[in-house]
Design a protein around this ligand. Structure first.
Ligand code: GLU
Length: 293
């Protein structure tokens, strides 16, 4: 499904929750921020269910997402895009990257990666959105050598070489990082590395690939999401360049924290929108609580 957003005005945003738990106040804040931006711009607010992780996604949480967002007063046009129905689209994108020579099959287990990373010559492990930076053990294997169960990784150096001298930049409108950002290959090597993009045999895509493919497929012009995903943006921008997809504007909003200053987690049902609703609170109460947070 490719939407022609030029016909819909030039502001299309989305809320893209994963149905792996109940939505909490942080999600309400994210959804309302996107919703209000779409209203202010006379644009569109779309919903996407990121249920690509079949082991953790649950139908009851998806049902709860629809109910909780509707209770908050949000509306969205159908059909809702569900990632579990888009496996073929992600597989095609993986193939496209494979044909460019920008991927390789990786058979490392988590234990292999940990062992390689603790070897003295590998230096420090770095945190990045997908965990520790992969040490490159399988880099150089050809796609034809891939076996069942192998993960498909982005070959970051090859990807950067394919893009050559081209400067990749993007616009950010969130207050904390507002301005033009330029892709920094050195920082990417250090902090992101060869991320997993999917698993060929089961046709599964990893977050970085599915989010980029779906933002393009839904015609998203403005990605509005939490600050926790700010560090993932360079990899998304790089994948957009490789796949020749349109580049949206990003807005990373600050995260709602609990009284102890900790990020809200889905596990914490005390902060679930549903808990507030069942306690007799109104959507206005929730909006007020978020404003005060
Ligand atoms: N599914 C992601 C989450 O629930 C959000 C992805 C995005 O907004 O890019 O955290």
């Amino acid at each position: 499904m490719v939407r022609d957003h030029t016909r819909l005005g030039n502001f299309v945003t989305r809320f893209a929750p994963s149905p792996t738990g109940l939505l909490h106040l942080g999600h309400a804040f994210s959804a309302l921020t996107a919703w209000q931006a779409a209203q202010a711009a006379g644009g569109e607010f779309l919903l996407r269910i990121e249920d690509i992780d079949g082991a953790r996604a649950r139908p009851e949480y998806e049902a709860a997402i629809y109910q909780d967002l509707a209770w908050l007063g949000l509306t969205w046009p159908g059909p809702v895009l569900r990632q579990s129905e888009r496996v073929g689209v992600y597989a095609a994108a993986l193939d496209q990257l494979g044909h460019l020579g920008a991927t390789y099959p990786c058979r490392c287990t988590r234990a292999d990666i940990r062992a390689a990373l603790s070897a003295p010559q590998e230096g420090e492990t770095q945190f990045h959105p997908g965990g520790a930076v992969y040490p490159g053990t399988c880099r150089g294997r050809s796609m034809a050598e891939g076996g069942p169960g192998d993960a498909i990784r982005l070959d970051l150096d090859r990807a950067l070489a394919i893009l050559g001298e081209r400067e990749l930049n993007w616009q950010e409108t969130g207050a904390v990082h507002a301005g033009t950002h330029v892709l920094d290959p050195e920082a990417m090597r250090r902090q992101i590395g060869d991320v997993v993009l999917g698993r060929k045999d089961i046709g599964a895509a990893a977050y970085h690939l599915s989010v980029v493919v779906d933002d393009a497929g839904q015609g998203i012009t403005h990605v509005i999401r939490g600050e926790d995903l700010f560090e993932a943006t360079p990899i998304h921008r790089l994948l957009q360049a490789l796949l020749e997809l349109p580049v949206p504007v990003w807005h990373h909003h600050t995260l709602i924290r609990d009284a102890a200053g900790k990020r809200l987690a889905k596990r914490n049902d005390a902060q679930a929108i549903r808990t507030y609703r069942e306690a007799g609170r109104t959507p206005e109460d929730v909006r007020r609580m978020m404003a005060e947070n």
